[in-house]
Design a protein around this ligand. Structure first.
Ligand code: SF4
Length: 328
């Protein structure tokens, strides 16, 4: 690990001013960034510790929820409003990492965590365009069981590792940011980038910008929601495929539906094709399977992850069945 300066920010404005003057990274729980620094994949000149900035979970005037970026993952998962109004978010958080890591990890850090592609972490022996732009990608043609079937490019096929962000994508969450040029808000779905020919640029965050909060709107579909994660072992493993789904049925028809997939793309993947097919229809097993087929029609697999296409279809249909009581 290279030497760095550690600065603890007393408040948001101090954090922004330190980050504006130094080659710095914000430090939340450090559960990913410190690993990256230990392996010399990231080497900031300074860490600005924002983990002790005030972090609360508050109701918004329109019935939604505002979750501070410094709130720990375990606190969000256990919060009564999250468990009752956004159960998919609580379940997604509890499906992530281990209890010890969830106690440390913050909401902001979770959003900014980087891929767990093994080649990305193997700085000594592997080619990786994300770590060292222009060197190549050893995952293409290599071990790519965990890699993307949507949104990849010839330069990078890594997946985004967060469970929380899959639920936030399905919930149409908004991210609030503060930076040298002021404050702004962006939909979570627009925050993470696809790799294209610049896989090292993973988000639209500007230099020195700090995630300050995540906002959720209220909806019946959010309250009737679940998260399912399929993985190689039952805990402390990243998703092969995960599905966050919420659904509202009115007069026997699907009024509202939100579906997002994890473990399949470089960013949380909103299942827009499936949602389009489902809206306004009566819930049936055949409809669920057709919606899953429609969503996966554009998937592109690699040698090691062909299975993800069928796995994603079955998990989508199973989730919709669970939410509606239809045997899928
Ligand atoms: Fe690097 Fe992306 Fe290729 Fe993994 S998939 S080796 S992160 S370029």
């Amino acid at each position: 690990m290279r030497p760095f300066e550690y600065r603890q920010a007393a408040d948001r404005s101090e954090a922004l001013s330190i980050a504006a003057t130094e080659s710095a990274r914000y430090l939340g729980g450090g559960t990913n960034l410190v690993d990256l620094m230990r392996q010399n994949i990231e080497a900031p000149a300074a860490l600005v510790d924002v983990s002790r900035l005030p972090g609360t979970i508050e109701d918004t005037p329109n019935g939604g929820l505002l979750i501070g970026a410094a709130v720990r993952n375990s606190v969000v998962a256990a919060h009564p409003a999250v468990r009752t109004r956004y159960p998919m978010l609580s379940r997604a958080l509890l499906a992530g990492a281990s209890a010890q890591i969830r106690n440390m990890a913050t909401v902001g850090g979770n959003i900014l965590q980087r891929t767990r592609c093994a080649y990305f972490y193997d700085a000594a022996g592997s080619r990786c365009n994300k770590r060292s732009p222009g060197t190549g990608c050893d995952a293409i043609g290599g071990f790519n069981r965990y890699h993307a079937i949507f949104g990849a490019s010839e330069h990078c096929i890594a997946t985004h590792p967060s469970d929380m962000c899959v639920a936030l994508a399905a919930l149409d969450a908004t991210i609030h940011l503060a930076g040298p040029d002021g404050e702004r808000s962006v939909p979570l779905l627009d925050f993470h980038r696809l790799p294209g020919d610049r896989p090292e640029i993973e988000t639209i965050a500007r230099p020195g910008e700090l995630i300050t909060a995540v906002e959720l709107a209220a909806s019946p579909a959010a309250a009737n929601s679940r998260y399912r994660k399929v993985r190689d072992r039952s805990s402390y493993a990243f998703a092969l495929v995960s599905v966050a789904a919420g659904l509202e049925v009115v007069d026997g028809k699907i009024q509202d539906v939100r579906i997002a997939l994890g473990g399949v793309a470089p960013k949380p993947w909103r299942a827009a094709q499936a949602e389009q097919l489902l809206r306004g229809q009566a819930p049936t097993r055949e409809l669920f399977l057709a919606a899953a087929d429609a969503e996966l029609a554009a998937a592109k697999s690699f040698d090691g992850n062909v299975f993800k296409i069928e796995l994603a279809k079955r998990t989508i249909a199973a989730m919709l069945g669970e939410l509606t009581g239809v045997d899928a």
